[in-house]
Ligand binder design. Structure first.
Ligand code: ACO
Length: 340
């Protein structure tokens, strides 16, 4: 009797796109009552990128996706699922940004949809890609995290406008029968009891577009920053310790710890709790700020482009965001390294 070989999901490639325009702390000093010193000390952020007025989430996502497809050395017609994680879609709520991106890339007659998990979005789509591939339903899944976060930021609110930036990242996740290339584990979770920690109150069926929405700025992101901060450190530390323990992997054995880039102090607290050395922790928060679902793939792209990420090396991803949602993943990079 012939035995069917198991199918695993593998991380084949990465791409990213950042808009040209830089908004630095000196610019923000002119817009709200803040200082470069306060922002750097409390968040580690010096600058962030802002998309042009006519540059949308789908444009950034399509540029990152094009690179990811090229680097996976496959053709667009081999992609059989397109997933986009975003909380700043081109349209509220149709068509999905995944459909718009598919069109921009010439990917036709392929299942495409968005998911909304705020900053946890990329690891959430990673888990969905894994499930589709390991069930045998799909072979090459294009996953994208893209945000024009500046479209929901109130640039008169100093508590939020200093944090966020725009950008996109994408990856191709493919089927493999080689267990060495397989994702090791993913954990994704949520607790809606903390939904009010991070909210964009409008538009939605609770607050459809109205004069009240505009007068009260309900279309902008609202955040309970300090409460979110404390819960993020606690939840992420616990989650990451659990995924390592469950898979009997020591934090010393992780060459690339790639946390969501929300705040340097959160990254440092979690890294310290795991006894991570500085060279293990990937940091982009100083130059891009928090780009929500795009933050992790942008950070992976950074180490790939600089030649730091080699084939077979382990990546530990962890993230936390609105919902509240959180997720972590342990997987090897199964694509070609950038050693050119
Ligand atoms: N400049 C100067 N002062 C400021 C600024 C600013 N930009 N922002 C706030 N302050 C003031 C506050 O008004 C407050 O003043 P008060 O003491 O007189 O009332 C003081 O600084 C302290 O405010 P806190 O909010 O307690 O400051 P904190 O140290 O918590 O830093 C921050 C704020 C940076 C927002 C932090 O709480 C944070 O990073 N939170 C987590 C964000 C996060 O991880 N979000 C999850 C992902 S996002 C997503 O899913 C979309």
């Amino acid at each position: 009797m012939s035995q069917t070989k198991a199918i695993y999901a593998s991380f084949r490639s990465i791409g990213a796109y950042v808009p040209e325009k830089i908004l630095n702390n000196a610019d923000l000093e002119k817009m709200v009552d803040t200082t470069d010193e306060w922002i750097v000390k409390r968040t580690g952020i010096s600058e962030r990128r802002i998309a042009a007025d006519d540059e949308y989430t789908s444009d950034m996502g399509a540029k990152a996706a094009k690179l990811a497809i090229e680097r996976a050395e496959i053709n667009t017609d081999e992609i059989d699922l397109v997933l986009c994680a975003t909380v700043t879609p081109d349209y509220f709520n149709m068509p999905s940004t995944a459909c718009v991106i598919s069109d921009k890339l010439g990917i036709r007659n392929v299942q495409a949809f968005d998911i909304s998990a705020a900053c946890s979005g990329f690891v959430y789509v990673l888990s969905i890609a894994k499930a589709f591939i390991e069930s045998g339903m799909k072979k090459n899944v294009l996953i994208i995290g893209a945000e024009k976060f500046s479209s929901i930021v109130d640039y008169t609110d100093r508590g939020t406008c200093i944090l966020f930036g725009d950008g996109a990242g994408a990856a191709v996740i493919s089927a493999t029968q080689n267990k060495e290339e397989a994702f090791i584990d993913i954990h994704a979770s949520a607790d809606g009891a903390y939904a009010d920690f991070l909210v964009t109150p409008a538009p939605g069926c609770i607050n459809p577009v109205s004069q009240k929405v505009l007068d009260e700025g309900l279309n902008f992101v609202q955040m309970k920053g300090n409460e979110t901060f404390k819960l993020a450190v606690k939840t992420l530390t616990k989650d990451v310790k659990e995924i390592l323990a469950k898979n009997e992997i020591n934090s010393d054995d992780i060459p690339h710890f790639i946390p969501h880039q929300a705040n340097y102090r959160i990254i440092k607290a979690v890294g310290d709790a795991l006894k991570m050395k500085e060279e293990q922790v990937v940091l982009t928060v100083h130059k891009y700020g928090n780009t929500s679902a795009a933050s992790i793939p942008m950070a992976i792209n950074e180490i790939w482009e600089s030649g730091r990420l080699q084939t077979g090396e382990l990546m530990l991803l962890d993230t936390f965001g609105g919902g509240l949602t959180w997720a972590s993943a342990l997987l090897p990079f199964a694509g070609k390294a950038n050693n050119a």
